[in-house]
Structure formats: structure tokens, C-alpha cells
Ligand binder design. Sequence first.
Ligand code: FES
Length: 150
Amino acid sequence: MSDEQANNLQDPRLIREMLLGSGYSEKAVDLYLTRPNMGSLPDANQVSELTGHCGDTMKIFLKIEDNVIQDAKIQVLGCPGAVASAMATMDMIRGKTLEEAATLRDADVFKVLEDLPDQKQHCIRLSVKTLQKAIEDYSERQQPAAKEIA
Ligand code: FES
């Protein structure tokens, strides 16, 4: 790869152009480039990680109080579709109860993203599954006594 090609890959205008050209919506590209919910939460009380069939990995950080998701961040090792989906998912669960967040479906996230290339729609699945895993892990930890009895 030439220096010019390498520089082009870091130019947000060119990245935007490429992603729009391959079927991402403006909204999805904005989320990918600005990454508003990327990172960790030092005071998270639930951290869960999931790797998809494609090899991409997400690690979610939830701050849960009184059954409500007060804050949410996520680290994503993956494609633009994975990053955009994870950013949208975090926005959609903040302030929700665990039960409400557990009802989030791929179609809800797709609606927020507005569009993704067909071959990238499974990336939404990974962000929703990572969220579901975190909710399950947290709920399991809340009932250690019941588990021990069983
Ligand atoms: Fe794996 Fe997008 S290709 S989540």
C-alpha cells in the first residue's frame, strides 16, 4: 500500500464516501465516524463480551441501578456495521429497565440506523446478542442463592 493510499484510509471524507457508496446510510456513517458510545465505564456493574461467527467482538459495560440501565458503553473490534450497530444499541437502552432493554430487536436497531448493506445486517445481530448476554449474566448474578439450591 502506498503512503497516499494509507492516508486516504484515515481521511473521514473519503471513508464517508466509501461507506455511503457501499450502502450505509448517513446516520450509520455518522455513528461509525463519531463513535459516541465507544469505550468502557469505570463504574460498570456488568461487563460482558461476545464474539460473533465472523470473529468480530463486542464488550459491553452497563451501569445498572434499581433495575434501570443508567449508562452504557461498548468496545467494538469489528467492521463499520458492527460499530454503527453497537453505537445505536447503546443509545437505545440508556434509561430503560432491564426488561425493556431485553425486548430490543434487530429490526428496532435497523430502524434507527436507517440502512446498512445487505451483507452487513448480521452486524446488528451481534450488538443485540451482546446486550442480551449482559442482561442474562447480570440477572444470573442477582440470584446466586437460587442457583446454589438447584
Ligand atoms: Fe462481523 Fe460486521 S462483519 S459484525
